[in-house]
Design a protein around this ligand. Structure first.
Ligand code: AMP
Ligand code: MG
Length: 519
């Protein structure tokens, strides 16, 4: 098995000179060397064929003993000098100081077809950033990360990817719901891939430590490798960088809103500088359309990371990043103008996204009312977001039975009477009138709508079913979901079972509607 390793992060940025694994505060460095932990009895559960290809590896490579060894942490890739990144972050709005890769080790960067891929093992043991935790990950959260990162990619959402999912053969002690009920769970390791895993927090920790020199080196490095379109060496370089990060991050969050993804822990250490969805923890998929919904039990009280608040939090996070870059940009007014721009762009891109979801081609600001009303009505009773938009494609300007057409989206159809039914009828009428101004035929519109409204997403209970089976040693559902979620916008009649509302048993079940950060 041959990989074209070409490290830049660890070669071009300052390293922590201490090589031992002790937990410590790291200064004037971007990373510390850290060796993956050797698992006691590793086994491979699933490999993404697409990520194999991205690394120029074959199915035979994936089946080799060497592959398992390297991607479970048992053996080091030739030429690899693994490390953990140093970063800080604002957690739930408060500065938390140094965090860093507490359970991730970076194996290195592979270049293939002009594409750079950093490889990172998550759950491979302690690093200097492990603080009070064990550096490990459990099977349930690893399945969720592996499946969801690949699914998000196929939904067209910027995201980190996942190459492989392996059991370590070790047990990991967790208090899943933080209620004193600790239990041993199966340990697992995921190999994540992304052009880079740099986060907002990598910059923030340097700014917090007033280490402007290293901050500049890291920023120059990031621009050079990942923002080649930015002109370097001019007065505007760093501001341009900040503007571009804000724009990419906004794009990401608009996609989240489009597909109904709720991240659950949008702390600034979980914000990729490349605008990728990163760190799949207590995330969830919006089932009934509810702006207030958060999957994260730790967030239940304040709901900071609720679905409807994600664009605001993104802005808040971007503002914190700007604050950290102030030492380089030295122009507070210019930073503020980027935040103002974010707000304007948000309104525009949100509008564009909503227009595409309901199938309006040349949408005007006038349509805004239609979108706002729709979002209000969707929240009057439990309506399944995915099914609603997917079925709306079957409404056309002449439909007499529009409310019938979308009926299957309602969790409690018996509630759609009286005032609620009236509001729906009104909205559907307005919508049909608006469709008369469209040039596209109903069939053309349906094709376009089906490209932005997924039919299949990794519903919370589906991930839990895959986990429950895997716990019993049956990994078939992981493979089935992986394949199905490669084509989320296509009708797959044989997968009809998964185009369905959340079953009632999953309504309040741990792992389905309630997730914790314990992973
Ligand atoms: P998260 O909220 O999962 O993104 O994690 C926040 C911080 O805690 C990061 O620095 C993680 O590396 C660290 N962390 C989370 N779980 C563990 C663990 N089991 N062992 C060590 N560090 C962890
Ligand atoms: Mg994290």
């Amino acid at each position: 098995m041959k990989l074209n390793l070409q490290d830049t992060f660890s070669k071009e940025l300052p390293a922590d000179p201490i090589r031992e694994q002790s937990r410590r505060q790291v200064m004037n460095a971007c990373f510390s060397y850290a060796t993956p932990r050797i698992p006691s009895n590793p086994s491979l559960l699933h490999v993404s064929d697409e990520m194999l290809e991205a690394l120029d590896l074959s199915k035979e490579d994936a089946a080799s003993e060497e592959f398992l060894s390297i991607f479970s942490g048992a053996k080091l890739l030739e030429g690899s000098d693994p490390y953990a990144m140093c970063y800080g972050g604002f957690q739930f709005g408060n500065w938390a100081g140094q965090l860093g890769d507490g359970r991730a080790t970076n194996l290195g960067e592979v270049v293939h077809n002009d594409q750079r891929w950093a490889l990172q093992l998550k759950g491979a043991g302690e690093t200097p950033y492990s603080r009070r935790a064990d550096g490990l990950a459990v099977l349930r959260s690893s399945i969720r990360e592996h499946l969801c990162s690949e699914a998000m990619y196929h939904l067209g959402v910027p995201t980190t990817r996942s190459l492989s999912l392996a059991l370590t053969g070790d047990e990991v002690l967790r208090d899943m719901m933080y209620d004193g009920n600790t239990a041993y769970e199966k340990g697992a390791v995921v190999c994540r891939m992304a052009p880079s895993f740099i986060r907002f927090g990598n910059f923030q920790i340097l700014a917090a430590n007033k280490d402007t020199d290293t901050l500049r080196v890291l920023t120059d490095y990031t621009i050079k490798h990942f923002f080649p379109e930015i002109k370097v060496g001019c007065e505007e370089t760093y501001l341009q960088f900040f503007r571009e990060v804000a724009s990419r991050t906004l794009d990401m969050v608009i996609h989240w809103q489009r597909v109904g993804f709720v991240h659950g822990v949008m702390n600034t250490d979980n914000m990729s500088i490349l605008g990728l969805t990163i760190d799949y923890g207590p995330y969830g998929w919006l089932e009934d359309y509810d702006y207030n919904w958060t999957p994260n039990t730790t967030d239940k009280a304040h709901r900071r990371y609720r679905y409807g608040n994600q664009p605001n939090i993104t802005l808040w996070n971007v503002a914190q990043l700007g604050h950290s870059l102030l030492a380089l940009i030295e122009d507070e007014q210019a930073l503020k103008s980027v935040l103002e721009e974010y707000k304007r762009n948000y309104v525009e891109r949100y509008h564009h996204m909503m227009a595409s979801k309901v199938g309006l081609e040349n949408s005007t600001p006038e349509d805004r009312k239609l979108f706002i009303r729709l979002e209000e009505i969707l929240q009057l009773s439990e309506a399944d977001m995915t099914i609603f938009y997917r079925e709306l494609t079957n409404v056309d300007q002449d439909s007499n039975d529009a409310l019938e057409v979308i009926q299957s989206a309602f969790y409690k159809p018996e509630e759609i009477t009286g005032d609620i039914a009236e509001q729906w009828s009104q909205w559907l009428n307005d919508y049909k009138v608006r469709l008369k101004n469209e040039d596209r035929t109903a069939a053309e519109r349906k094709i376009a709508m089906d490209k932005v409204n997924p039919k299949y997403v990794l519903r919370n209970y589906m991930a839990q079913l895959a986990i429950d089976k895997a716990d019993l040693g049956d990994y078939t559902l992981i493979a089935e979901f992986y394949e199905m979620l490669k084509r989320p916008y296509e009708d797959q009649p044989e997968m009809n079972q998964w185009y369905a509302k959340r079953p009632d048993w999953a309504r309040h079940k741990v792992g389905c509607s309630m997730l914790s950060c314990s992973s």
